[in-house]
Design a binder for this molecule. Structure first.
Ligand code: SAH
Ligand code: SF4
Ligand code: F3S
Length: 440
């Protein structure tokens, strides 16, 4: 009988893509993917360290596997991803039923690791520090019409709250030729949309593998968008994430000019207070950020801007917080991920006192959540009566170029079909409508 694997993924799109890589390698070796964790031969958790809460869930879920391992000692449990890097000592100490841990830079070794555990029946607690230099084209994608494509790994920024540069290492860009050949392959397999992934896609090309100088040369991110835009069969191009410091006019112009690049930019602002932004080492002021939005909206009419916000950063006063509220009111984000600050090991701010009391953080969180909800609703209402292009993802549901979900009667049209939908109502962040014309 074929061995089964169960994979649980936490965290960002990078992790989703990394899980796809591991699943692809294991499927090639003859494993079968299962959703039944209790009966799986191999259980893999691909973990996230970005906030303490993300880690809590893993501690409790992996902790709960102890019993299963007790009743089925042949079961293999692996912890992969960012926690494998940042919490390896704790995992070894607290989770003796875990068979191996593998950091984000060593995931390609997971199939071999599993094979050797089967053979030798001994735990492989070692994690290698070696980092893979080459990027891989992956053989498994969880999406049917949209595929995730890595364009770079790691992060060279120094945001003082963030653990990612530690867990993912320094920034390295993937050679453009490789990216383009992966996208061509995806298009020939019928994928209609690609999501280009990097922690900071706008610094693409600054540091290529084995490029010790760190000098930007060759292809920039807007150049790359242009190349991908020319690939036959790719209807939509999305990308995340953009750091405001590196997102400049060239990007906005490319977004406006290139037919297949969607009108959506995720541009995390984090705070509206210059003092806080400086202590976060983000490299821009609130005014500079708003200036960029203005330019973006001129170059890309109808663009939807989404963001990330942290409340309760060390030293954040009521006045600082009010500056964030004002920035949100002015920026009018389509949606926002809003977090309370969580001190992270290996991040510079972890040395500073986490001095905003929990109740204050929670109150600030609730206030900006409510504000964003109101503004998201108002932005949604502006769609009513308009006709928008929707790519069908599953029967009755698709997505606009601005990344909104839309529900409508799709009458048997297949996934990946582009339809024009007239919006008649809204439900939360989603649009409700009817198909125009005879596409469907
Ligand atoms: N590279 C991306 C994403 C990084 S993590 C970027 O720069 O946008 C995603 C989001 O998590 C960040 O934008 C930030 O808002 C949030 N985040 C990161 N570290 C955090 C921390 N210590 N506490 C709370 N939120 C955090
Ligand atoms: Fe973290 Fe900043 Fe890098 Fe994003 S850009 S991953 S927030 S250090
Ligand atoms: Fe989390 Fe690692 Fe992504 S910490 S957000 S999974 S890069």
């Amino acid at each position: 009988m074929k061995k089964t694997i169960f994979v649980q993924t936490y965290g960002c799109q990078m992790n989703v893509r990394d899980s796809e890589e591991v699943i692809g390698l294991l499927l090639e070796k003859g494993y079968v993917l299962t959703e039944a964790e209790e009966t799986a031969d191999v259980i893999l958790y691909n973990t996230c360290s970005v906030r303490e809460h993300a880690e809590h869930r893993v501690w409790s879920n992996v902790g709960a596997l102890k019993e299963l391992k007790g009743s089925r000692p042949e079961l293999i449990i692996g912890i992969m991803g960012c926690m494998a890097k940042s919490q390896r000592g704790e995992i070894l100490r607290r989770m003796p039923h875990v068979d191996f841990i593998s950091g984000p830079a060593q995931l390609y070794e997971v199939p071999e690791l599993i094979e050797s555990i089967w053979e030798e029946r001994k735990p492989m607690m070692a994690i290698q520090e070696k980092r893979r230099q080459e990027f891989q084209t992956i053989s498994y994608h969880s999406g049917k019409i949209s595929a995730l494509v890595t364009i770079m790994e790691g992060c060279d920024k120094v945001c003082t709250y963030c653990i990612v540069p530690y867990t993912r290492g320094p920034e390295v860009s993937r050679p453009a030729e490789q990216i383009l050949s992966e996208v061509r392959q995806l298009a020939s397999q019928g994928y209609k949309e690609v999501m280009l992934l990097g922690q900071n896609v706008n610094s693409y090309g600054r540091r290529l593998p084995s490029d010790a100088t760190g000098v930007r040369r060759g292809v920039t991110f807007p150049d790359l968008l242009k190349e991908v835009n020319g690939i036959e069969g790719v209807e939509r191009i999305r990308f995340i994430t953009s750091h405001p410091w590196d997102a400049v006019q060239d990007l906005f112009r490319a977004m406006g000019d290139l037919e297949h690049v969607c009108e959506h930019l995720h541009l995390p602002v984090q705070s509206g207070s210059d003092k806080v932004l400086e202590r976060m080492r983000r490299g821009y002021t609130a005014e500079e950020y708003l200036g960029k939005l203005k330019l973006l909206r001129e170059k890309v009419p109808g663009v939807a801007v989404t963001t990330d916000i942290i409340v309760g950063f060390p030293g954040e006063t009521e006045e600082d917080f009010e500056a964030t509220v004002r920035l949100m009111e002015e920026a009018r984000f389509d949606s926002a991920f809003i977090f309370t600050y969580s001190p992270r090991p290996f991040a510079a701010a972890a040395r500073w006192e986490d001095d905003v009391p929990k109740e204050v953080k929670d109150r600030r969180l609730q206030r900006v959540l409510a504000l964003q909800e109101r503004m998201s609703r108002e932005e949604s209402e502006r769609y009513i009566g308009r006709t928008v292009e929707v790519m069908l993802e599953e029967p009755g549901m698709g997505r606009t170029r601005t990344n909104r979900k839309a529900y409508f009667e799709s009458n048997g049209a297949s996934a990946g079909t582009l339809v024009q939908v007239k919006v008649e109502g809204i439900r939360g962040h989603s649009l409700l409508g009817k198909v125009n014309g005879d596409h469907a």
